[in-house]
Design a protein around this ligand. Structure first.
Ligand code: SF4
Length: 699
């Protein structure tokens, strides 16, 4: 285990959990037992040192007794401890054999949106120097559809605005996002104070949750019916002449065609489909359109559908029609999940784009990167996360999973487990024995966030520095060192013709620490070009920051959009009917005390004391029909699997819908979710799963 080690109190770092990016440091010097607590410092985001409960508990990982501390390899079905050299050799041999026999595209790399930019950059560099673009990160599972829609429309898939300018907003439109629990410090330090000062809050969510505490208007949309709701809001705006004519004239194209499309939208019928009272829908549209500055937030309630990209297009239309782009206190703002989910994508852990979102098919971009790396990245786009798991044992024979728990987080968990076992070689680098580690052939004991030096990029595009408080426990090693060594070893002449031919490749993984990696990544990532590691200091640098610029850009798309165009089009968005739902629809989400698959937070004393189990929310009408009482155990079944859960009977959820979180090992919600993906972004459908719920019959 982690054991007691001295921790360094002065090391100011960044919280490892959500994308808010709060500054955190140890509360006291001393040993790192499970009693270690974090406290905030006056960092760029949590300016008064505020932290949510997860930030306070964050240092518990350092001394946790379940930490992985020895490299392991599978021998005769068992994982046994070995030296680092033996673990590395096993990876080298297996990966070289796979490349020899099946080509580099038989390897798949899962990067981590909870690790540093430098580590993520090295992992995608390893994949690409080996000759494959099969590298992705879990942004695929949360906001890939948001990014697909926003990047194709505006030229950038990130928050259009900054947290601090949102204080100027007159209205917040919060769609499928529950910041009070998912992004607590954004809620308590930015949104709630603005609401108190008079910002009107419209919440679109099938549940009443902690965010509802500040909502002036709550539209409890049926899961899957955001498109009719948002289209109908546009229709009301045109019907009542509330559109921003100046903005439409100056910055928007395809307006006439869109007006014609929207003229056919039947507001009453859409309201009924979405399960919303028509008057409430109309009132929300009026508020959003008539205030001076309206900021939209979009979360996984919008993105995690098989038409997630289309959902976001509908929201972008609404923002354009009302001129809410390119000014303070407005915009469309995806709130990102993990602490470096933005950065992992920025630095190229995506199968279709290189660092800086340049397409792998762009020859100039490949040449520019080849000049720096000594090896040119391949031009064939790779597979996305879920596509890779579908190919396990078939097209993909070897996988490297860096700090992700894909056995729990990918949809259709029973299938994923079978597929993990069908790989010739699964390497997992992690800090705890996760569900994914159980399937591994090689396990590399990793460094926790608190043992890392490097940068992370938060939800409003601020690059900040992490500082270690201790060294990794036992024989665990710093992740950056491990990736550096792995890169060096895999670049040895063992079958990668391109690499062996190239002299420059020899030293391509020799770096003197995180600063040196950052220096390289900023040279190949245009949005980061003007940043300097040393200058970030205890502040932040925000992208885009071109070379030579003195500071980054806060509000995007002011004069021109990020794609260089002065105008972008309105896009008619047709309703996609969700699947048959004559029983109930399951939707998933978070609670404030836990994070993602719960690998870290369920091991925290502080957080498990606050909440140790999941419970399925069900409306009293639906419970009554099934004879279910509050607190009883129920069986939830989909076509993919079944779980048992304790029922919470509550009017907080709309009738016809049930809710579970995705934080727990039992019930493992992804036993229920299915394989269907959004065709554009390949995001799975986590937010609309047809299920049946029955009372458990004992015996
Ligand atoms: Fe950490 Fe997010 Fe909580 Fe801030 S809001 S302390 S970044 S989990």
């Amino acid at each position: 285990g982690g054991g007691e080690r001295t921790i360094e109190r002065d090391a100011k770092s960044i919280c490892p959990f959500c994308g808010v990016g709060c500054g955190v440091r140890p509360a006291k010097t001393g040993t790192s037992g499970k009693s270690a607590r974090g406290r905030g410092w006056h960092a760029p985001v949590n300016r008064r040192g505020e932290l949510c409960p997860k930030g306070v508990a964050a240092y518990e990982v350092v001394g946790h007794d379940e930490r992985l501390t020895e490299p392991q390899v599978r021998r005769d079905e068992e994982l046994v401890s070995v030296s680092w050299d033996e673990a590395f050799s096993r990876i080298e041999t297996e990966f070289a054999r796979i490349v020899d026999e099946h080509g580099p595209d038989a390897l798949g790399f899962f990067s981590s949106s909870g690790c540093t930019n430098e580590e993520d950059y090295l992992l995608q560099k390893i994949a690409r120097t080996l000759g494959t673009n099969n590298v992705d990160n879990c942004a695929r599972l949360c906001h890939s559809s948001t990014v697909a829609a926003m990047a194709s429309r505006f030229g950038a898939g990130a928050m259009t605005n900054t947290l601090s300018d949102l204080g100027d907003a007159d209205c917040f439109l919060i769609c499928g996002s529950n910041p009070a629990e998912q992004h607590p410090i954004i809620f308590s330090s930015y949104l709630a104070p603005a609401a108190k000062e008079g910002t009107t809050v419209i919440q679109i969510d099938p549940r009443t949750n902690r965010t509802s505490a500040i909502a002036d208007h709550h539209l409890p949309v049926k899961p899957g019916y955001d498109i009719p709701l948002l289209n109908a809001m546009c229709a009301v705006i045109f019907e009542e002449g509330l559109e921003d004519e100046g903005f439409l004239r100056e910055r928007v194209s395809e307006v006439t065609a869109f007006r014609e499309f929207i003229a056919d939208v039947d507001v009453s019928a859409c309201a009924e489909l979405a399960g919303i009272a028509e008057d409430d829908l109309r009132e929300a549209a009026r508020v959003y359109a008539t205030v001076d500055r309206a900021a939209a937030f979009t979360g996984m309630g919008m993105s995690q559908h098989r038409y997630g990209t289309t959902n976001v297009h509908a929201l972008l239309n609404l923002s354009l029609v009302t001129g809410n782009i390119g000014k303070r206190g407005a915009g469309v703002n995806p709130l990102r999940g993990k602490n470096n989910v933005q950065g992992a994508s920025d630095v190229g852990c995506l199968p279709d784009v290189l660092p800086g979102y340049r397409s792998v098919t762009d020859e100039d971009a490949r040449t520019a990167i080849g000049d720096v790396w000594g090896v040119e990245p391949p031009s064939k786009p790779g597979l996305t996360e879920v596509e890779m798991t579908h190919e396990f044992g078939d097209g993909i024979r070897g996988a490297f999973v860096f700090g992700e728990n894909i056995a729990a987080t990918e949809p259709n968990a029973s299938r994923t487990a079978r597929e993990l076992d069908s790989l010739d070689c699964l390497v997992v680098q992690d800090i705890f024995p996760t569900r994914t580690v159980e399937h591994a052939d090689v396990v590399l004991p990793a460094s926790s966030w608190a043992e890392k030096e490097g940068t992370v990029t938060n939800t409003d595009r601020q690059v900040q520095r992490m500082r270690p408080v201790a060294s990794p426990p036992g024989n665990a090693r710093a992740d950056l060192d491990v990736l550096r060594e792995l890169g060096r070893r895999l670049m040895r002449p063992t079958g990668n013709e391109e690499a062996t031919e190239n002299e420059a490749s020899e030293g391509t993984f020799d770096y003197d620490g995180a600063a040196a990696v950052f220096e390289e990544l900023r040279r190949v990532t245009p949005q980061y070009a003007g940043m300097r590691y040393a200058e970030i200091g205890e502040g932040s640098q925000r992208w885009p920051l071109p070379e030579g610029a003195s500071e980054g850009t806060g509000v995007l798309h002011r004069e021109t959009f990020a794609n260089g165009h002065r105008r972008v089009p309105l896009v008619p968005v047709e309703l996609v009917e969700p699947d048959d739902e004559d029983e109930l629809v399951l939707t998933t989400g978070r609670v404030i005390e836990h994070f993602n698959s719960g690998v870290v937070t369920r091991r925290s004393d502080v957080l498990t004391r606050l909440r140790s189990t999941d419970a399925m929310q069900i409306h009293p009408d639906d419970a009554r029909k099934r004879g279910i009482e509050d607190g009883e155990t129920v069986v939830v079944e989909s076509e993919h699997g079944r779980v048992e859960a304790s029922a919470t009977v509550t009017p907080s959820i709309r009738s016809g819908v049930v809710f579970l979180t995705f934080h727990f090992a039992e019930p493992l919600v992804n036993r229920l979710t299915g394989d269907e993906l959004d065709p554009e972004s390949k995001i799975p459908t986590y937010k609309h799963v047809p299920v049946t719920v029955t009372k458990e019959v004992s015996g």
